[in-house]
Structures are given as structure tokens and as C-alpha cells.
Write a protein that binds this ligand. Structure first.
Ligand SMILES: Nc1ncnc2c1ncn2[C@@H]1O[C@H](COP(=O)(O)OP(=O)(O)OP(=O)(O)O)[C@@H](O)[C@H]1O
Length: 603
């Protein structure tokens, strides 16, 4: 055992995460605790030889000193900046050679950005200045190859004197040329501050844990956008506390309400500048910290200057320093993020409008009564399309090669579905139902479906209590089928799928146990986009499981035996989570899932 692990000092036990006032670390005396995080404990200290002066001492709590040493090195060298906390001394404790690393820095007298916003209730001018200043600081650090990688309101302290932002906690920081300390796909961080591209990377490479996400300047700028959104609205654009999979979908696929939509006092240009930092595609964001700074400051110089003098929030009359936090809407994510259009080359023998008209007519004809119903009744109602053919499993000959498309997850789960209709109980199999029966006008059902819709739009869903059902038993994937999956280049791969391909932003589908089909979204390996997977759906009490044994290529119509099952984004459990409603045999699920090829159906 290394000496510092026992921490037995003069017979009494010492806990590095809970040092008491009076404890001595090196030549520093502890005065109190400033914060305890996942990696370190930060204490207010004074020098033994100059009492009365306050500093902050961060003591690493991690057995591996590498992270703490990296943080110290960054702060002492490349991350040096007037808006970055300054380090004065370093050491190890209790043993000066083998002990826990610590460093002593300025004690920032102030508050974290979000607390400052809600306690001091500054003006929009002050917030824009703070945001601009952080953006410029990031610009300088990025130019030196330094990335913060864990920017959040708690790591942006606003110094009381001068209302100046100070960046702290470079524990996850990185610099070009340094060997990576990250042992996971993404660096340590918080989901609601992760950029859409980081989440997409993780979803795409879940089977390659050795891969590391190439964190970039654009990720830091995105996180700055999240911090500023929180400051001016009192809410995160994608609030934490939701199911991680829904939060991931929201971050990657939905547009947050504009800051001005939440807090009407936010000046238009500031609101827009914050949204620009939150763009889904990194290339749509300001490219550098300096560019972000210009956008954040633009309104101060324009005709809007007066609006910037307003304070962020209304104060509650009679209760000084108590602000009224703007209301977060029940259905915040009404707008899907625009997707980059796939590059489809259409031979232009006819004018474009002819193609559009033909496509619309065909679409309406093929989509059937459900679509007409949507058009005429204004309902968004989806049930899974019927499986039209029985499955045979001849191995295809030609392998069509489709270019890799970026991973995309449909936004079904968060759409503004106004209605979900469960099929009638006596309806025969197949599993999936056709949208042929108009929704029942019964008030009870309407209320229930509205509740589901608002539940998903607000992303807080409760499952109905159901009898526990066993998950389907394990099954091996035959060896010849594995060989086919290898040829198709989908071994161990996961990509997206939908139950109902006729809609891109539907809410839910109702599925019934039995045979079913899903449609791939995105061409993984040699699977063509929109190909059909047929197999069996099992309805569990909390999740719906799917095992698919045949793939029919969308363009060529070739069929291949496969072993593919349903997952939901980067969930660690198989299946797709059920939404409220349904019964033992039918379930309401988002029209969104991942399909994953497997060697064994219980991997
Ligand atoms: N220089 C400082 N001056 C004042 N307070 C500080 C200072 N450094 C850290 N703190 C306080 O201590 C808290 C924890 O610090 P820090 O984030 O560096 O630790 P951590 O272990 O890396 O935490 P986390 O796991 O949250 O990232 C901060 O949120 C802040 O409130």
C-alpha cells in the first residue's frame, strides 16, 4: 500500500475529501471547504507564514496523479491567461514525494455563472461582456492548442470585484501533442453540455471502445452556448434529469426554444448569438472564440443598446434579490433540427416541379389513409406498417455498396404527436397495425394520448404498471448468417431504424407482439438506406424487444439472413423503452430505435 492511502496521521484518520479547518497541507492551513468534485477537493487555505491571505488549494482525490499533474502543467504553462485561474504553488501531501498531488491557486471570490445570474441579476450588457470575454479567452487558448473540455457554469466563476469571468478546472483539459488520458470514447463531462457531434460520435462507435472522440474547439464553444443559455433563461437548453437517451435525441435532433422565447427580455441579437453557438453542426457555429465574441457583442453596438441595460430577470416584489425564473414550456422541442439533405442525383429530363409533383402524389398514394387523415384532421397518428411478405432467407449474390452516411437518429420520440392509437384487441396479427381505423373520439383516450404527447415533448415519461414478462430467451446466430453479416460489413455495428418509414418526425407507433418489420435509416456497411428488416417483436413490461432475421435491400430487393436486434440509442439494455399506454401485448414506443447486429440474441 502506498503511504498516502492510509492517511493515518499521528494515530487519527484523515480523509483528504473532508479536511477540517486547521488541518495543514504542506505550508498551507485549511480555513474551510470551497467545493468537492469528482476528482478533487478544493479548500480555502492561508499560508502558514502569511496568515490572513486567502488562496484555494485543490487536492487530487484520484489515485492516479496523471490528471492532476496535467491540470497543473496546463495552468502553469499554455493555459496561462488573465481570465484563467492562476497557480502559485504545487506539492504532494501527506508525503512530499508519493502523496496526493495538490496545487494552490487564487481563491476566486465570486459565484458560478448561473448563481451569479440569478443572485446578482446583472444586466444583459454584463452577461454579454462576460460571455464575450470567455469566448475571447477560449480563442486564445484554442490558438495555443489548449481545450478546456469541461466548460460548465460551475467552472466559470464571476469574480465579485469587476464582474470578471475566471475559468477554473482544467482537469479534463487537453493540449495538442499530449498523450490522451481519456479511457472512454468521450472525455469526462456532463451530458447536457455535450455537443451534438460528440453524442453522434459515441452513438456511431459504441462498438469501438478504443476510439477517442476528437474533441475540438467547436465543442468548447457549444458548451459556452449552453452556459449562456442557462444564464439568460434560468434553464438549460436541454435540461438534465431526463432519461439520457431522450436527452441525447433532443441534443442531436431538436432545436431548443430561443432564449428570447423563454425570457422575452433577452435582446434579439444576444438570443441569436447564443443559438448560433448551439448550432447542431460544428461548421455552422462561429469558427473561433473571437468570432463568437463579435457575435455576442454585436447588439451592444447596435440600436438595441438600450435593451442591454435591462436586468436578466424580473424581481419578486417585496423580496429583494429574489428573481422570478422564466417558465420552461411543457413542450419545448417543437422544431426538429434541419438535417443536411442527402445528395441525390436526379436526371433532369423534366423540370423540377414535375418531379416534386410526382413524388408528392406517389407519396400520398403509398402512404395511404393515415396520411390523408393527418392532412385532413391535423392529427399526427402513426401505427407501424403491415409486414407485406413472408420471409425467405436466400443469400443474395451481389452486394451493392452504399456510401457511409453520417449516423442520424430520427426525432420521432420528441415530435409533437397529438395522438397515438392502440390497435383494437381483437385485431389479428401481424404485429403491426395499419392506420385504417380513425381515432376514437372518446374523451378518455384523447386525454390519455394528449398526456403521452406532452409527456414525450416535455420528456418526462412514466410507464404504465404492467405484469412483469420475461425477456426473450437467448439464441445463437448461425455461423453462415454471421458470415453474411461480415460480407455486408455490419458485424457488430449499430445504426438507426424506424418502424414507420412514411414519416420522418412522427411521435409514436403502436406495436404488437408477433411478426414485424423495421426500416433502416442510414446505410451502414453495405446495407442500403431504407432497407427492410423482418422478424419478431416481443412486448416486455418495460421495453419492446425485436429480433430480425431477414434483410431486404431497399434498392436491389436482394434478401440476406441476418441476426439483428433492437436497441435504443446508446442504452446499455436491449430493446426500446415503452411509453405510457398499451397492454401486455401491445406497446407504444417511439418511432425511433437503433438496430444492432449480434452473434447471440442476448449479448
Ligand atoms: N480557485 C477557486 N476559487 C474559488 N472556488 C473554487 C476554485 N476552484 C474551485 N473552486 C470551487 O470548488 C469546486 C470544485 O472544483 P473543481 O471543479 O476544480 O473540482 P473537480 O473535482 O474537478 O470538480 P468536478 O468533478 O465538478 O469537475 C468548484 O465548482 C468551485 O465551486
Amino acid at each position: 500500500m502506498r503511504r498516502w492511502e492510509s492517511m493515518g496521521l499521528e494515530g487519527s484518520q484523515v480523509f483528504p475529501a473532508a479536511l477540517q479547518p486547521g488541518a495543514v497541507v504542506g505550508r498551507w492551513r485549511v480555513l474551510g471547504t470551497l467545493g468537492v468534485g469528482g476528482y478533487g477537493a478544493v479548500y480555502r487555505v492561508e499560508p502558514l507564514d502569511a496568515p490572513g491571505r486567502s488562496f484555494a488549494l485543490k487536492l487530487s482525490l484520484h489515485p492516479d496523479p496523471a490528471r492532476a499533474l496535467r491540470e497543473m502543467a496546463l495552468l502553469l504553462d499554455r493555459a496561462w491567461h488573465p481570465n484563467v485561474v492562476r497557480v502559485h504553488a504545487t506539492g504532494r501531501w501527506p508525503d512530499p514525494v508519493e502523496g496526493l498531488p495538490y496545487f494552490v491557486m487564487d481563491c476566486v471570490e465570486g459565484m458560478a455563472l448561473h448563481t451569479w445570474a440569478e443572485t446578482v441579476n446583472p444586466t444583459f450588457r454584463q452577461v454579454a461582456m462576460v460571455g464575450g470575454s470567455v469566448a475571447m479567452t477560449l480563442g486564445v487558448l484554442h490558438a495555443r492548442g489548449v481545450l478546456h473540455r469541461d466548460l460548465k457554469p460551475e467552472h466559470l466563476l464571476i469574480r465579485t470585484r469587476g464582474q470578471v469571468p475566471v475559468l477554473i478546472d482544467f482537469g479534463a483539459g487537453d493540449q495538442t501533442g499530449a498523450t490522451t488520458l481519456t479511457t472512454t470514447t468521450l472525455p469526462p463531462g456532463t451530458l447536457h453540455l455535450r455537443s451534438p457531434e460528440a453524442i453522434r460520435f459515441q452513438q456511431r462507435h459504441w462498438r469501438q471502445p478504443e476510439l477517442r472522440y476528437p474533441y475540438s474547439e467547436a465543442d468548447d464553444l457549444y458548451a459556452l452556448g449552453v452556459c449562456l443559455y442557462r444564464a439568460v433563461t434560468g434553464h438549460y437548453p436541454f435540461p438534465p434529469g431526463q432519461e439520457p437517451e431522450l436527452l441525447s435525441v433532443a441534443i442531436t435532433e431538436r432545436l431548443p426554444p430561443s432564449p428570447r422565447g423563454i425570457n422575452p427580455q433577452v435582446p434579439e441579437t444576444l438570443s441569436r448569438a447564443i443559438l448560433r453557438l448551439l448550432e447542431k453542426e460544428p461548421e455552422q457555429r462561429p469558427r473561433t472564440g473571437d468570432a463568437a465574441h463579435s457575435e455576442l457583442m454585436r447588439g451592444l453596438l447596435s440600436g438595441e443598446a438600450a435593451e442591454f441595460e435591462a436586468h436578466l430577470f424580473d424581481e419578486i416584489p417585496g423580496t429583494p434579490n429574489q428573481i422570478r425564473r422564466p417558465v420552461w414550456p411543457d413542450q419545448p422541442y417543437l422544431t426538429p433540427a434541419p438535417r443536411p439533405a442527402p445528395a441525390v442525383v436526379v436526371p433532369r429530363r423534366f423540370p423540377t416541379w414535375v418531379w416534386v409533383a410526382v413524388a408528392v402524389c406517389l407519396g400520398l398514394l403509398l402512404a395511404g389513409p393515415g396520411t390523408w387523415e393527418v392532412l385532413f384532421r391535423g392529427w399526427t397518428r402513426h401505427t407501424t406498417p403491415e409486414v407485406l411478405e413472408t420471409v425467405s432467407a436466400p443469400v443474395g449474390h451481389k452486394l451493392a455498396s452504399a456510401p457511409d452516411r453520417p449516423h442520424s437518429v430520427p426525432v420521432a420520440a420528441l415530435a409533437t404527436a397529438a395522438s397515438v392509437v392502440a390497435p383494437k384487441k381483437e385485431e389479428p396479427s401481424p404485429v403491426t397495425t395499419k392506420p385504417s381505423v380513425p381515432p376514437s373520439p372518446k374523451i378518455g383516450r384523447t386525454l390519455k394520448t394528449a398526456a403521452i404527447a406532452s409527456c414525450m415533448a416535455g420528456m418526462a415519461c412514466a410507464s404504465a404498471p404492467l405484469v412483469d414478462r420475461p425477456t426473450p430467451p437467448a439464441e445463437d446466430c448461425p455461423e453462415d448468417v454471421r458470415a453474411v453479416m461480415k460480407k455486408l460489413k455490419i458485424s457488430g455495428r449499430q445504426w438507426s431504424g424506424v418502424f414507420d418509414p412514411s414519416t420522418s418526425d412522427a411521435g409514436f407507433v403502436t406495436v404488437r407482439e408477433g411478426r414485424a418489420a423495421v426500416y433502416t435509416q442510414g446505410g451502414e456497411g453495405r446495407v442500403q438506406w431504407g432497407s427492410m428488416l423482418t422478424g419478431t417483436i416481443y412486448v416486455g413490461s418495460k421495453r419492446v424487444y425485436g429480433r430480425f432475421t431477414q434483410l431486404r435491400q431497399k434498392k436491389t430487393g436482394e434478401t440476406f439472413p441476418v441476426c439483428i436486434e433492437l436497441w435504443f440509442l446508446d442504452d446499455s439494455t436491449r430493446g426500446v423503452p415503452r411509453s405510457e399506454g398499451g397492454d401486455e401485448n401491445t406497446a407504444i414506443v417511439p418511432n425511433l430505435m437503433s438496430v444492432r447486429s449480434v452473434w447471440r440474441y442476448d449479448e
